[in-house]
Write a protein that binds this ligand. Structure first.
Ligand SMILES: [Zn+2]
Length: 126
């Protein structure tokens, strides 16, 4: 078994505990019918992906942080490299954010769960 890490599980749609089972049922964020369908438990180790009702409301803050971080980086690239085309920043930001929405939605949920579940390799408590 590969060494599970939180970064790996967040980026590659894996269970934060074992790093093996899939978090969302589909690998692609752009499968429009199923991109938001999660496994209730890890298919590999059985970790509970929904520890309590409304657990993923907190993922809202992660998703907000992802959008802000993305927009700041995108803006800084424009200001530094394409200053004379700054209009295009405003024109392009909305469609880009729409396209990124499923990606950030999924990443936010995985990040939020990873904050609360320890990778199995680091479990020392009895
Ligand atoms: Zn697992």
């Amino acid at each position: 078994m590969a060494k599970p890490s939180k970064i790996y599980s967040v980026l590659f749609n894996k269970c934060p505990q074992c790093g093996e089972g899939d978090f969302f049922i589909t690998k692609s964020a752009y499968n429009l019918r199923n991109f938001d369908k999660m496994n209730r438990h890890c298919p590999n180790c059985g970790a509970d992906f929904v520890p309590e009702p409304g657990f993923y409301q907190g993922a809202l803050y992660v998703s907000y942080a992802l959008y802000v971080a993305f927009m700041v980086i995108y803006f800084l690239i424009f200001v530094n490299l394409f200053r004379e085309y700054l209009d295009y920043f405003l024109i392009s930001i909305i469609p880009i954010l729409v396209i990124l929405t499923p990606l950030f939605y999924r990443m936010a949920r995985r990040t939020w769960l990873a904050l609360f579940i320890k990778p199995a390799s680091s479990k020392e408590r009895a």
